[in-house]
Design a protein around this ligand. Structure first.
Ligand code: TMP
Length: 222
């Protein structure tokens, strides 16, 4: 039986990585084979492209070129990591996916929606996430968390954008939930970590019934 794809989205430092990992642990405890991955990245080729994007080296080329690079990374990630995992029945949890391109390059970068859709067709085809959590915090909270997290290090290409841009980003994610309420769920990530994690777990149980998924014969809980 084919596995499931769950994605986490949101602005900077909204807790995506933390909650991806917590959900992965809960699914593994049920004996499910889980792959925890991220974008840009998650495969050798995609991680190489990640360096180019996150350093800001591609920024002067414009949002369209960045969208092409994110798509190239996604193509490698889907083929090398996500598809093989889903095909063997594993559940894949991905920290960012297509919605990040829609929001960062589409809504914020003003890349033509036709190009965004064409890139989706090429990179993911019919592969849509079964469930997408959008972790929502006010932009200033996310940016303050990101600044605390990186300490003395410089802000990356996207963290370095203005507060107004991050506010726009939050609004674009809100619109996504309105457009695809069946797939996308907005979570108030200003709540305590355990409250957010329990809400995510409740939603996964209601929507995807992991307790009925085929279990691993070995390695459960690892
Ligand atoms: P992160 O791994 O810390 O979330 O950083 C990834 C950055 O890349 C984040 O600022 C969002 C951005 N991004 C895009 O602009 N488009 C995309 O398609 C993806 C996957 C990420």
């Amino acid at each position: 039986m084919r596995g499931r794809l769950i994605t986490f989205e949101g602005g900077e430092a909204t807790g995506k990585s933390t909650h991806s990992a917590l959900l992965s642990g809960r699914l593994k405890a049920l004996g499910i084979d889980v792959i925890l991955t991220r974008e840009p990245g998650g495969s050798t080729g995609a991680e190489a492209i990640r360096h180019v994007l996150m350093s800001g080296a591609a920024k002067p080329l414009g949002a369209e070129a960045e969208a092409l690079l994110f798509a190239a990374a996604r193509d490698d990630h889907v083929r090398s990591t996500i598809e093989p995992a889903l095909a063997r029945g594993a559940w894949v949890i991905c920290d960012r996916f297509i919605d990040s391109t829609r929001v960062y390059q589409g809504a914020l970068g003003h890349v033509d929606p036709k190009l965004i859709r064409a890139l989706e067709r090429v990179t993911i085809g019919d592969l849509k996430p079964d469930l997408t959590f959008i972790l929502d915090v006010p932009a200033e909270v996310g940016l303050a968390r990101a600044s605390k997290r990186r300490g003395e290090a410089a802000a990356d290409r996207f963290e370095a954008e203005s507060l107004a841009t991050h506010q726009e980003l939050r609004e674009a994610y809100r619109l996504l939930v309105v457009a695809e309420p069946g797939r996308c769920i907005m979570i108030d990530a200003t709540e305590p970590k355990t409250v957010v994690a329990d809400l995510i777990w409740k939603t996964v149980n209601e929507r995807l019934s992991p307790a009925t998924a085929p279990v691993l014969l070995t390695g459960a809980g690892t």
